[in-house]
Design a protein around this ligand. Structure first.
Ligand code: PBG
Length: 334
């Protein structure tokens, strides 16, 4: 029965009515908050292009993690910035490396918060590539797998609940699963950066993590943005190799990929709302060109609606606060 009998505006007449029929919900229990750990003590260093985000020394990291836990955030995604880098990235798997120390500190401070670690070499190698490099500067796939597997095991040993390989080498999920199982870490889950595109949106992150490649770029291992069939193949292979959670990254330019992966596979799906996406919102918000709060919640809703279960976002804490405020408004402001 078309207009004038049918009127879709009927269900938009009040906040309560709109809430009643909302098809997508944001829950901080599905947010992951990325955090950067550095050596030293008493360090809370601003990240220039990501206002509100910091590089934390291990002694202060725990406190911020507790804040996240109190806001109902599911977990944190930890990145370590080592004091020294070398060709082979050996600090990545050092027993007392920065990431390993950070995992222990967060687990001590907030035992119920999930701790997820980034497994990659770019923060740890002097050349800044995500793998082992030969004399000609070529990133070598197979020799890298061993280092990644060893790194993942060291994170699990420190207490990580989930390890998240972000390097995009072929075969790394299988290599990591095998090494974890051999080490007795059969309960440590793998969240695979499966469809990770070579993206200019990672710029602010590379500044924060000091992980920009010194020469060349990452196009030889990260995915090429024009491709979507390849994204499905990447996800399929990671699942076959033992991934527990798969990821699409970056989120905003790839909402179509999130939807495709959601429709094709049953595994929990994460989307990474990356550094450059965060920076754009805050830069425009600071100039009052946009309402950063409204834009952020709209973006997170869109990522969820596209099909992501889990959202990794630098907005996690502020978004959790805004959602809490919105919730109390709905309940009558108490
Ligand atoms: C690699 C890694 C990167 C990000 C997460 N893990 C950067 C890259 O691939 O160069 C980017 C995250 C972001 O931009 O927020 N270890």
């Amino acid at each position: 029965m078309p207009f004038p009998t049918e009127r879709l505006r009927r269900l938009r007449t009040s906040p309560a009515m709109r809430r009643l029929v909302a098809e997508t919900h944001l829950d901080p229990g599905q947010f992951l908050y990325p955090m950067f750990a550095v050596h030293g003590s008493g360090v809370k260093e601003r990240i220039g292009a990501m206002p509100g985000n910091y590089r934390w020394s291990v002694d202060l990291l725990g406190e911020e993690a507790r804040r996240a836990a109190r806001l109902g955030i599911a977990g944190i995604l930890l990145f370590g910035i080592p004091a020294a880098k070398d060709e082979a990235g050996s600090e990545a798997y050092a027993q007392d490396g920065i990431a390993q120390q950070a995992v222990r500190a967060v687990k001590d401070a907030a035992p119920d918060l999930l701790v997820i670690t980034d497994v990659c070499l770019c923060e740890y190698t002097s050349h800044g590539h995500c793998g082992v490099v030969d004399e000609g500067g070529r990133v070598l796939n197979d020799p890298t797998l061993e280092v990644l597997a060893r790194t993942a095991v060291s994170h699990a040993d420190a207490g990580a609940d989930i390890v998240a390989p972000s390097d995009m080498m072929d075969g790394r999920v299988g290599a990591i699963r095998e090494a974890l199982d051999e080490g007795g870490f059969t309960d440590t889950a793998i969240m695979a950066y499966s469809a990770k595109y070579a993206s200019a949106f990672y710029g602010p992150f590379r500044e924060a993590a000091e992980s920009a490649p010194k020469s060349g770029d990452r196009r030889g291992y990260q995915m090429d943005p024009p491709n979507w069939r390849q994204a499905l193949r990447e996800v399929e292979l990671d699942i076959e190799e033992g991934a527990d959670i798969v990821m699409v990254k970056p989120a905003l330019p790839n909402l179509d990929i999130i939807r495709l992966v959601r429709d094709e596979f049953d595994l929990p799906l994460a989307a990474y709302n990356v550094s450059g996406e965060y920076s754009m919102v805050h830069a425009a918000g600071a100039r009052k060109w946009i309402d950063a709060r409204a834009v952020t919640l709209e973006i997170l809703t869109a990522i969820k609606r596209a099909g992501a279960d889990i959202i990794i976002t630098y907005h996690a804490l502020e978004a959790a606060r805004w959602l809490r405020e919105r919730g109390s408004q709905h309940r009558g402001g108490c």
